[in-house]
Design a binder for this molecule. Structure first.
Ligand code: SF4
Length: 88
């Protein structure tokens, strides 16, 4: 299966620039609502984290800053797991 096949099920298909609300709070909340009803939000977030898409737009209901925080937390936990493995 195409590894991007999940995109065919994205709730934001046809939403135009709605997923790029810049700093506008009302438009950001609208984009978050679109993501809230999306059946592929997990795949979307995983893709955003894996590809480093953390500069623009809303993905999986998260702003770029929020996605960067998620990525930092994942990296922090991976480092902890590495240290725990080395200490074992
Ligand atoms: S989670 Fe949001 S940005 Fe990602 S595919 Fe779904 S609607 Fe689009």
């Amino acid at each position: 299966m195409n590894r991007h096949a999940w995109r065919d099920h994205a709730a934001c298909i046809g939403s135009g620039d709605a997923m790029f609300p810049d700093q506008d709070k009302t438009r950001t909340e609208w984009a978050r609502q679109i993501c809230a009803g999306c059946p592929v939000s997990r795949e979307c977030l995983r893709d955003a984290i894996n590809t480093g898409d953390n500069q623009w737009g809303i993905r999986a209901g998260l702003t770029p800053e929020e996605r960067r925080s998620v990525k930092k937390e994942i990296n922090r936990r991976l480092r902890q797991a590495d240290l725990a493995r080395q200490a074992a």
